[in-house]
Design a binder for this molecule. Structure first.
Ligand SMILES: O=C(O)CCC(=O)C(=O)O
Length: 250
């Protein structure tokens, strides 16, 4: 897709697919480093940086946050392909937050509640996108992302505390008029989708008995953003209290 098309599509729909963001050799290198991180770094992390459905079963690892503690992933924040895509879409220079990893392992029932990322980030203006790269084949069966097209232009929706680890807040009035506007985004490994910080999105649980649904993501914020620090502190507090209520060691 041409550069202008990426930006225009995101402005119109609130999300845009970037086919083949990573060529095979770069995808393999990323996957090798993710395997190394899971093997060597995850066992050393605090509960708040590695979420499991069941901590006694390492195969139920569902989410990794703040991966910049590792030199490879800290360096990944300036990966030229990602930065160039983000700056093209945002139309300004952008800075990457620390990488994250998401999974819905087979046999788990972990949904992603409907939410708007900037409800968490508290950036003004919301010149922020997430680039979410598929590591596996991702489709309706194993819980691909679903977007409410055009919702990035409609302001904030009410959010309330959720009991889903990794997503402390979810939209509280999500209903039939949202479901009919949803667009499911199937992807192949190496493809990515970018979404605006105000775009409503969610994902179903993985219904496959055998397939993982792994992804690797980075949030990019345009240099024109500033953070509402008070609102952000309230969000951090609510995330901490959710972690405590779910029994995490924080
Ligand atoms: O991977 C998922 O299910 C959710 C990811 C997400 O909500 C995000 O990256 O903004």
């Amino acid at each position: 897709m041409r550069r202008d098309d990426l930006r225009e599509t995101l402005e119109r729909d609130g999300f845009v697919v970037i086919p083949g963001l990573l060529p095979d050799a770069e995808l393999s290198q990323l996957q090798e480093n993710l395997e190394r991180y899971a093997r060597e770094v995850v066992p050393t992390l605090p509960d708040a940086d590695a979420f499991f459905e069941d901590k006694t079963r390492p195969e139920t690892l569902e989410q990794l946050q703040r991966m910049g503690c590792d030199a490879y992933f800290e360096g990944y924040r300036s990966h030229p392909r990602w930065v160039q895509a983000a700056e093209t879409i945002l139309g300004e220079a952008a800075l990457a937050e620390q990488p994250e990893w998401f999974n819905k392992p087979p046999g788990t029932r972990h949904v992603t509640p409907p939410h708007q990322d900037n409800y968490y980030f508290c950036l003004k203006p919301p010149q922020v996108i997430t680039i979410w790269l598929a590591l596996d084949e991702v489709d309706a069966e194993n819980g691909c992302l679903r977007y409410v097209a055009g919702s990035h232009r409609e302001g904030y929706r009410p959010h309330a505390r959720s009991q889903i680890l990794g997503f402390s807040q979810g939209i509280s009035d999500y209903g039939p008029s949202d479901f009919v506007r949803e667009v499911a985004v199937p992807l192949k490994p190496g493809d990515a989708v970018a979404h605006h910080g105000m775009t409503i999105h969610r994902a179903d649980a993985n219904m496959s008995a055998v397939r993982h649904r792994r992804s690797f993501a980075m949030v990019f914020r345009g240099v024109s953003c500033t953070r509402d620090e008070e609102a952000f502190e309230r969000y951090l507090q609510s995330a901490r209290s959710q972690h405590q209520s779910l029994g995490l060691n924080v």
